[in-house]
Design a protein around this ligand. Structure first.
Ligand code: PHE
Length: 464
């Protein structure tokens, strides 16, 4: 940290919860959750997802917040503090790297949201009345290199402007305004989706499980999605936890954040699936899903333009508050460990992220056919690499390092001292030490098996 500057803390409990919920609630909930659930069979996927949120997400969220507040450091500094001089330090570096990787594609989708706000205001979104046109408009839009780079730039720059202001005046202040706004807009949209003719089929798809659709790869996607959506496994919550004061209650806060994140993902599903089915579209459309659906919904309703602008603003807000936390991880690391000023750290790393994101920005246009790894373009590759591999692996090491290397006896006092639910603390300790590492290891083996099988069949295809 720069000499003479004090490390900041959150201004209020609610400010912290909204900022952390802002990190968790993001494109993962509104853009990704519906299409991943759609590709993986709907309700059954949702149940598996909720299972992972409860048995892995919540305990690891608590663990990250505990590590953060205990050490008052960025992820790298935190692991140096609890396991200094050992190989465990790499867990912190892995986290910073993962954040960087996620930002390269995350900001591109963030850019799409700005593009669609502009399109909505100009009436282009509501000029669309059928899904074929919506698909065409989206593919033309995402294939336009200049626009993609421009919007990617605008999104990254907005994020930098907020993060440069620091914790209280930047991240916290904006989260307090933006998160409640997001909630209100989402409620309006659900009302609309449910009142559409044919919407009930979508509700069934989303709420009535059909386990025959579940495969190993859907289980893996549910795991990856739970880590991604809760911002776990890379130290975002360690970083946010490091700005907590001693009075803040970690157990309570973690419960709130996890609940809010899951609640918003479900609400997003309730808003999107009825519309998908009402328009006879396939729920397995992939990353373009909401960009194909939403314009048609609004194109066919009165005051559509207002709702379209609102919806894409909602998406923009969700993306922004999450991207802020992703950027903050790197920035905190550079400030704490290298002693740079916040301004310099934000400028240098924001720019780097912008440059590294360019291939993802071009992934739906000029670089569409550039495959990085067995049929995945740069965008998909980064997404899968981070969600399925890097975050769960990071979560595994966080649990093992805290449970076995550093020891829970050194940190359990960080949990709400006056909580009457004593057994909750013990349950957490048991989960972090045994359940989370075991389950994550098991999943990792399955994942590798699944992917190796995929790669082998890809290779045989190639050799034919
Ligand atoms: N949780 C965010 C979302 O759902 C993404 C994210 C992942 C943010 C990891 C920070 C860290 O969109």
């Amino acid at each position: 940290m720069a000499p003479g500057t004090e490390r900041e803390q959150w201004g209020s409990k609610i400010g912290f919860i909204l900022a952390a919920a802002g990190s968790a609630i993001g494109l993962g909930n509104i853009w990704k959750f519906p299409y991943v659930a759609g590709e993986n069979g709907g309700a059954a996927f949702v149940l598996i997802y909720i299972f992972f949120v409860m048995v892995l997400g919540l305990p690891i969220m608590i663990a990250e917040l505990v590590i953060g507040r205990h050490t008052e450091k960025d992820p790298v500094g935190a692991f140096k503090a609890i396991a200094g001089g050992t190989k465990w330090e790499f867990v912190g570096y892995l986290g910073v790297l993962t954040g960087f990787f996620i930002l390269t594609f995350y900001n591109v989708v963030g850019g799409w949201t700005i593009g669609y706000i502009v399109k909505s205001v100009m009436g282009e979104v509501t000029a669309v009345h059928d899904t074929a046109t919506a698909q065409r408009v989206f593919s033309e839009f995402s294939a336009n290199p200049a626009l993609m780079i421009l919007y990617h730039f605008l999104f990254t720059a907005t994020c930098m402007i907020i993060v440069v202001k620091g914790i209280r005046n930047g991240i916290e202040r904006w989260s307090k305004v933006l998160m409640p706004l997001l909630f209100v807009i989402l409620l309006i949209l659900i009302g609309k989706g449910l009142s559409m003719e044919g919407g009930i089929a979508g509700l069934k798809f989303f709420l009535q499980p059909d386990f025959s659709k579940i495969t190993m790869s859907s289980v893996i996607s549910a795991l990856g999605q739970s880590f991604f959506s809760l911002s776990l496994g890379m130290g975002a919550m360690i970083t946010y936890g490091s700005y907590l004061s001693r009075q803040d209650k970690i157990l309570h806060s973690a419960l709130y954040i996890v609940f809010l994140d899951t609640f918003i993902a479900i609400l997003a599903g309730l808003a999107i699936f009825p519309a998908v089915f009402a328009m006879n579209m396939s729920p397995g459309e992939g990353p373009g899903l909401i960009f194909h659906i939403i314009p048609v919904v609004f194109g066919n309703m009165s005051y559509g333009i207002v709702f379209a602008v609102l919806f894409f603003m909602l998406l923009f807000i969700a993306a922004l508050t999450s991207a802020m936390s992703l950027l903050e991880v790197t920035v905190a690391y550079i400030i704490d460990e290298k002693g740079w000023s916040r301004r310099k750290a934000v400028c240098v790393f924001g720019t780097t992220i912008f440059i590294l994101g360019i291939p993802a920005a071009l992934s739906f246009g000029v670089m569409k056919n550039v495959t990085v790894f067995f049929g995945n373009n740069f965008f998909d590759f980064m997404d899968k690499l981070t969600s399925n591999y890097m975050l769960p692996v990071g979560g595994f090491f966080i649990a093992v390092c805290l449970g076995w290397k550093y020891g829970l006896e050194n940190t359990i006092h960080e949990l709400d001292p006056d909580t009457r639910i004593i057994s909750l603390k013990e349950l957490w300790a048991f989960t972090i030490k045994f359940v989370s590492p075991f389950l994550l290891l098991l999943m990792f083996i399955m994942l590798v098996k699944d992917d190796v099988a995929g790669i082998l069949s890809g290779l045989t295809e190639l050799l034919r």
